[in-house]
Design a protein around this ligand. Sequence first.
Ligand code: NAD
Length: 296
Amino acid sequence: MATIGFIGLGNMGGPMAANLAKAGHQVKVFDLSEAALTAAAEQGCNVMGTAAEAARDSEFVISMLPAGQHVEAVYLNGDTPLFEVISNSALIIDSSTIDAATAKKAAAAAAERGLSFIDAPVSGGVGGAVAGTLAFMVGGSEQEFARAKPVLDCMGKNIFHAGDHGAGQIAKACNNMLLAVLMTGTCEALNMGMKNGLDPAVLSEIMKQSSGGNWALNVYNPVPGVMENVPSSNDYQGGFQVDLMYKDLGLAMGLSQLSESPVPMGSQARALFSLHKSKGNGGMDFSSVLKLYQDQ
Ligand code: NAD
């Protein structure tokens, strides 16, 4: 069993760290939020006073932070950049969703110091993080992937090697752009059905078994009360915040710009989430985009 430093215990990082502890690893955790640290301690993790304490002498260091600037601050620019305290033999696994350029920059800066840094963003939502069934998309060398896999297996079901450094983040941007299109499209169809007198549970079941079936209908229905244990049935709390989806769509737009890839559907989805966020809904789960259709 390994000693693992884990930084960032939010909606995703909390249950991911808990699953590592459950698998028997020694998990040293840090987050800026006291509540997150208390919850992690209850799950068998060892709470540290700083990120540096969690990272020092760990064989693996895993981060699950909101965005690229947080990752840069923690590893490269903060008061105690973790790259200065992590031992050379350690493998650093960043599972935050950030831009591929920052992931590549961090990997190169790590290599200059003799360290290994891979990008390993995830998909599967909070439900997947709790159940340990996340999909991981890894960017790094074959050797780094092989080394990370047994640890990632404790938190996920499908572990993919997407390619070299940054490739995991590119896969993630593609996936989340598609997710945004699927979620907005699902809300659009469900709202139209409801406005025409259909029961959303019945319509969802019909579309799930028909050609419109998709992840949002299968495990993340946006209409309150259709499914238990999803954010829509919990006043859109927990889950994946609109702010984070908006960030991810920005990453996808950046990628499309750089590669001159046309993304008309992704652009439209981004416009919808932008409008929804501008109405003060940034902290809600992203399936609350249904409200945008209902409010109009
Ligand atoms: P979150 O906001 O719930 O958690 C982020 C945590 O990071 C917070 O607890 C915060 O206190 C902590 N943090 C921020 N700066 C820190 C620092 N300097 N040191 C220590 N801790 C710090 O976010 P989340 O939903 O857990 O998402 C984390 C990442 O995973 C994001 O990049 C997101 O895009 C991605 N993601 C989220 C989901 C989801 O369903 N929520 C799914 C897939 C990927």
